[in-house]
Every structure is written in C-alpha cells, then in structure tokens.
Design a protein around this ligand. Structure first.
Ligand code: UDP
Ligand code: MG
Length: 328
C-alpha cells in the first residue's frame, strides 16, 4: 500500500473497460446495464478513472443487438460489436479483448451472476499493481446441484492435471491489467479455454472471494454437452496427462500379461495343457480391446484439436462494429 498514493495519482490517465459477452440476453441486459453504469460512475468518482463498456453480441437470435445499440445511443461510453454468428463465450471474450487498446478490463457475465457492484472492490488491487484480480466463488446460488458438483470436480481434476495454475471455483469474472490483456492477445490458439489462458499469462494475481448470484433473467446457455466439451477443451489444452495415462495403462496391462503368460506356461509344463478358459479369454480380449479403443480416442481428441489448429482459420468474424460516441 505504500506506493498507493503515487499510483492513485496516475489513475486519472487510466482507463477501465467493462467487457460483456452476450448471447440471447435480451431479458437480462436491461437489468444489467444500469448496474454497470452505476458501478463505473462510482469508480470514476473514487479514482478519477476514465470508464468504458464494450458489449459483444455473440450472434444472438433475439433482440440483444438492438438493445445494445440503444444502450450505445443513450450512453456515450458504450461501444458494441457483433460477431457474424454464435462462436461461443470463449471466442466472444477474445473478440472483445482484441478491441481493447488501452487500460484495464473487467470481464463480466451478461446475466448479472457476477455483480457489477463488485467492480469497485476489484479496482484498488489493480491500482496497487495487480494484473489479474479474479473473483473466486464462495457459493453458487440458483445453480442446480448437478452443475455445482460437476463444476467442483472439474476444477479439482484440472487443478491436478494442468501444469498451468488454474485457481478453483474461479470463472471469467476478473479485472485484467493492460499488460495482461496484451499478453492474452498473443495467445491465438483455436481451442480457447480462457480460465487456463488467464493462468498461463501469470504476472501478479490475487483472488477476491464473492458469492455468485442467481441469473437475473433468462436461462443458462450452457447445456451438459457444452460444459462437457468445454471441460475436454480445458483438459486437452492444458495437460498431456491423458496421453500419459494411456501409456501407463499399457505398461500395467503388459505387466499383467507377462505374469499371466508365465503362469500359463509353468502350469502347462507341470500339469499338461487341457483346453480351458474360454470365458476368461473372452473377458481379457474384450478388456484389452476396450482399453485400446479408449487410448485411440484419447489420441484422437488431441489429434482433432491439432487438425483444427492447422487449418489456421480466423478465430471469429465481425459483422458490425460501432465505436463509443465519446470521441476518443
Ligand atoms: N455466452 C456467450 N456465448 C455463448 C454462450 C454464452 O457469449 O455461446 C455468454 C452469456 O451471454 C453470458 C455468459 O456467456 O453472458 C455466461 O453464460 P451463462 O450465464 O449461460 O453460463 P452459466 O453462468 O450458466 O455458466
Ligand atoms: Mg450465468
């Protein structure tokens, strides 16, 4: 805190942008925007920081885009971006981050689950020099027990498998410094697991606990399949452990096979070789076949992602882009 006053003096030249990715959030956005506005006015009043809001419409099919445009007409600090189709949250956030040229960024869900009022408690850490001030969920109100349990296990598993630190119970809600945003911009991989990419960047990180509110309106955009795919993307992007597991399973199976072979040979030498054991043979063949297909599947998961990467397609296409009207 000792150099707080000097950084505070620089704050007048700083900018903070709130980045919101929205997919079919027409019912939530009108509730959210006034809260963001109020939070940013507080931040401006307390620290003299220039504030902005950037909304990314991730190819919504409802009134989201026209609502965002009306925000922009009413509020000169709002800029909006529309992607050519639905690319998914991770890409939509990337598209937004790519627009940020200056200052820090707060990433916020469009449904009010990450309370905008918390922004003002993240800002002081940023002003102290932290690069990644991330919100850690202390509870998840209004989410189904199944989502809570699978999410909890997912964070435990990836925490063990990944070499990159990925804090548990931490979503995308965070404040990133300018250099962290620029670092993220250099990571152009197609399978974007943002929680891992934030961890990869490193720098000075600090966790701020918060309680995750229920959705203010509408319903979740992630079904079981979406979450499963996100989990697979996360694990394959940040760990080679599944490949190694295939190797070790093979080693263990081979050891058992050698022991079994020795047993069969010795028994045949001592007691002769009566035909026996069809059921056990079938069991072993099916088991080995299953393990082999599983290992192939694991390799395939990595290979498929390499194939996607090798196509070198752009990450997203922009349909429309309207800058803020503040003249900067
Ligand atoms: N989202 C997005 N593109 C998608 C799916 C979701 O931009 O394809 C946004 C969504 O509008 C919201 C955020 O990602 O702002 C989180 O989505 P949601 O609340 O549905 O996820 P949950 O909180 O249930 O995990
Ligand atoms: Mg949500």
């Amino acid at each position: 805190m000792s150099n707080f006053s000097t950084t505070h003096a620089d704050a007048a030249h700083r900018r903070l942008t709130v980045l919101v990715a929205a997919y079919n959030e027409a019912s939530s956005l009108p509730l959210l925007h006034p809260l963001i506005r109020a939070a940013l006015d507080d931040v401006h009043a307390a620290h003299g920081i220039e504030t902005r809001v950037l909304y990314v419409d991730d190819g919504s099919h409802d009134a989201t885009w026209s609502i965002l445009q009306s925000f922009r007409e009413q509020d000169p600090q709002v800029s909006v971006l529309r992607l050519s189709r639905n690319f998914g949250k991770e890409i939509a956030l990337t598209a937004g981050l790519d627009q940020i040229e200056q200052g820090g960024v707060v990433i916020l869900d469009a449904d009010g689950q990450d309370p905008p009022a918390l922004i003002s408690s993240l800002v002081p850490y940023w002003l102290q020099g932290y690069d990644d001030v991330y919100g850690t969920r202390t509870n998840r109100d209004g989410e189904l027990w199944f989502k809570r349990i699978t999410a909890k296990w997912f964070y435990r598993v990836i925490g063990h498998l990944s070499d990159t630190p990925i804090p548990a119970d931490t979503g995308d809600f965070r404040l990133l410094s300018e250099r962290a945003v620029q670092a993220l911009g250099q990571l152009r991989e197609r399978n974007r697991f943002m929680k891992g990419l934030f961890g990869w960047v490193g720098y000075n990180r600090i966790s701020v606990p918060y309680s995750r509110a229920p959705r203010n309106a509408g319903k979740t955009k992630f079904n079981f399949r979406g979450l499963w795919n996100l989990a697979l993307d996360g694990i394959t992007s940040f760990s080679l452990a599944p490949l190694r597991l295939a190797t070790y399973t093979g080693v263990v199976a081979a050891l058992f096979a050698f022991a079994g072979m020795a047993f069969v040979m010795i028994r045949a030498a001592l007691y002769g070789d009566p035909v026996a054991g069809w059921p056990s043979m079938m069991a072993v063949i099916l088991f080995i076949g299953g393990v082999q297909l599983l290992a192939l599947g694991v390799i395939g998961e990595y290979l498929g992602r390499m194939y996607n990467e090798s196509k070198q397609r752009p990450l997203y296409l922009v349909d429309q882009q309207l800058p803020d009207r503040s003249g900067h």
